[in-house]
Design a protein around this ligand. Structure first.
Ligand code: PMP
Length: 277
């Protein structure tokens, strides 16, 4: 199975990066995860725009134009199954380990495609655990520096949950690897874009679908107390799509099953995907 590394396609086992790579030494890089349905990257422009935003946040020039990215991805993608593209750009391998940016160092560019394994929790929903958001102030950038997210997700898993819902200054930011929606008094609510969270592409699609279908929705803060009183809670991401949270901190959410708005938006989302085939 071929992957892309710095201009070449080669078998995964042969794709090697220097131990001096700043991705390895410092976590100095950004990434994207792009679903591929029916052989077509989903919302590619939104993902490439977010890549530009992430690169700008870490002051790394984009090594490729949009059409070059498309050309890089094309040979990696299979037409007949649901997959995702993973792409990563680091500040490259400098001769000397130094925190400040190196001069004249080419970035390391890596891309691969893998199958999407359907998420087991989709039909029944998952348990989630709230916890204080321990991350930094640049969460709008999709950086490979994911240790805080990993520790949050593992803490949720240790408590029998499928996702951590992060609370900062009394309000929900997002999940460890997802955005959060809550149904409050019949209105679908998700926190607005800010440096405290990643602007998820799945989130963007759900907001569009809700608006198109006259489903009441708004972007505004969700306090921890509001989250506890929500009739539905969902977490959203490219790989898991829309997942209902049916148990929060050990308490049942709604009637303990994915709720009616989840059913509606999940159907709209699946239909939308299919319409692009
Ligand atoms: N927030 C975080 C921290 C994430 O890692 C992700 C993606 N895994 C998301 C939100 C959701 O973004 P998207 O819908 O674009 O996958």
């Amino acid at each position: 199975k071929a992957v892309y590394l710095n201009g070449s396609y080669l078998p995964l086992q042969e794709a090697k990066v220097s131990v001096l790579d700043r991705g390895f030494l410092f976590g100095d890089g950004v990434y994207e995860v792009i679903p591929v349905y029916y052989g077509k990257p989903f919302r590619l422009d939104s993902h490439l725009q977010r890549l530009d935003n992430s690169l700008a946040a870490i002051r790394l020039p984009n090594p490729h134009s949009r059409s070059e990215w498309r050309d890089i991805f094309a040979p990696l993608v299979a037409a007949d199954k649901n997959q995702y593209l993973y792409l990563q750009i680091t500040r490259g391998a400098a001769e000397k380990r130094d925190h400040a940016f190196p001069e004249n160092t080419a970035p390391t560019v890596f891309a691969m495609c893998a199958d999407i394994v359907p998420f087991a929790g989709t039909q029944d929903g998952i348990a989630a655990v709230t916890m204080d958001d321990s991350r930094w102030r640049l969460c709008h950038a999709k950086t490979i520096t994911l240790l805080a997210n990993i520790l949050h997700r593992q803490a949720a898993v240790d408590q029998g949950g499928g996702e951590a819902i992060l609370i900062k200054d009394g309000n929900v930011t997002e999940g460890a690897a997802s955005n959060v929606f809550a149904v409050l008094d019949g209105v679908l609510v998700t926190p607005g874009p800010s440096p405290a969270l990643l602007s998820g592409i799945t989130r963007e699609v759900i907001l569009e679908l809700a608006q198109k279908n006259a489903i009441p929705c708004r972007e505004s803060a969700i306090s921890a107390a509001e989250l506890n009183s929500a009739s539905e809670i969902w977490v959203t991401s490219s790989i898991r799509e829309l997942i209902a949270v049916v148990e929060l901190d050990g308490a049942v959410v709604g009637d303990g099953k994915p709720g009616p708005l989840w059913q509606t938006l999940n159907s709209l989302f699946q239909a939308y995907k299919q319409s692009l085939s």
